[in-house]
Design a protein around this ligand. Structure first.
Ligand SMILES: [Zn+2]
Length: 246
């Protein structure tokens, strides 16, 4: 394995903040010098953020301390009586204990590293699959400003499977007193379904999470009208934005 391959293999662990010891030191030193590893690290960090993974810092296994203590306290075999006892028997015992402690520690670290590595790979695969599903399911419809608001623009990003939808608009004027903008989803029934009332921000933009309405499963048109501030059950005011689903 080349040195670069080894660094790339450490990237998923670095993204999970799970590197320690020499690996962490070497990786930190290498990162500013290597575009490939930085790009890979960014991708992994995005991947874990995307699926909301909150990976705690890797802690040593909880039983490690017990195992180390047990190793130190373990009875050490006595030399056969026929042989001359060593001058410093405690030295041999301590050395054996130290070797055991070191050995257990190294094994634990190595095992942990392998486990975290496997976990990071699983997470990355899951994130990729989730991302693919989101891309497959989300649709985008553009809405154009009509005569009352020719400068207005909007997009609706919607998911027919979950009926979730978000409207992002710009170029909207503040509605007259007592009025608000209302969103409509028009499906096959032709009867527009009310999908939320909103007021744009001072800069004319709006980001509205629309309530889930059944029409979002198979919408034909998204529209925005000016309505009484409490909202209407069916559109009564001027249509400000509209977009047909292609
Ligand atoms: Zn690198």
């Amino acid at each position: 394995m080349s040195a670069e391959d080894r660094y790339l293999e450490l990237v998923p662990l670095a993204a999970l903040d799970a590197l320690d010891g020499d690996d962490a030191v070497e990786f930190r030193r290498h990162l500013p010098t290597c575009q490939a590893c930085r790009a890979e690290l960014e991708a992994f960090e995005r991947a874990s953020a995307r699926i909301g993974v909150d990976v705690a810092r890797v802690a040593p296994p909880p039983d490690l301390r017990q195992r180390m203590l047990a190793a130190v306290g373990a009875p050490v075999a006595q030399p056969p009586a026929a042989r001359r006892p060593p001058a410093f028997p405690w030295l041999g015992t301590l050395a054996a204990a130290a070797a055991l402690v070191l050995g257990v520690g190294l094994l634990a670290t190595r095992h942990q590293l392998q486990r975290e590595r496997a976990r990071a790979q699983t997470l990355a695969a899951e994130a990729e699959r989730a991302q693919r599903e989101v891309v497959d399911l989300q649709q985008l419809t553009r809405l154009a400003g009509l005569q009352p608001a020719p400068g207005a623009r909007a997009r609706v990003i919607w998911n027919p499977a979950t009926r979730e939808a978000v409207l992002i608009a710009s170029g909207l004027q503040a509605p007259p007193p007592g009025k608000a903008y209302e969103v409509w989803v028009i499906g096959e029934a032709k009867q527009p379904a009310p999908a939320g009332v909103f007021e744009p921000a001072a800069d004319g933009t709006a980001l509205v999470h629309l309530p889930r309405v059944e029409e979002t499963a198979r919408p034909r048109t998204f529209a925005v009208t000016l309505e009484p501030a409490a909202g209407s059950a069916a559109p009564t005011g001027e249509m400000v934005l509209a977009g047909a689903v292609s």
